[in-house]
Design a protein around this ligand. Structure first.
Ligand SMILES: [Zn+2]
Length: 110
């Protein structure tokens, strides 16, 4: 897996954890995101839209090597998007650690 695939895989996993916890009352479906594990996760329409957007932007990032988004000059994410992604990462990172499901994360990190 290249770094881009790993990063997006973590985002896809985290978004599914967040979505399951916050949007369980909505209709959630698997989405083909073109990522190795994307068929395993389910998303509500808003989360799948957020994820598709993030993947699209990441694939088109003009900077190489890509800096971390915090230090990026391009600001490709539209207003509000980064805050949503940050909330998802924070919530899901904590949840996976508390549930002892770091194995899911290691899968992408190593
Ligand atoms: Zn959702």
């Amino acid at each position: 897996m290249d770094k881009e695939t790993k990063d997006l895989g973590v985002l896809a996993l985290f978004t599914s954890v967040y979505c399951a916890a916050h949007h369980s009352e909505q209709k959630r479906e698997t989405v083909d995101l073109g990522l190795p594990d994307s068929g395993k996760y389910r998303y509500c329409p808003a989360c799948s839209e957020l994820l598709r957007y993030a993947i699209e932007r990441r694939k088109r990032c003009p900077l190489d090597p890509k800096p971390t988004c915090k230090h990026c000059q391009v600001h490709c994410y539209r207003a509000g998007h980064r805050e949503k992604v940050r909330a998802i990462m924070r919530y899901s990172g904590k949840t996976l650690i508390l549930r002892g499901r770091l194995d899911l994360l290691w899968h992408y990190l190593f």
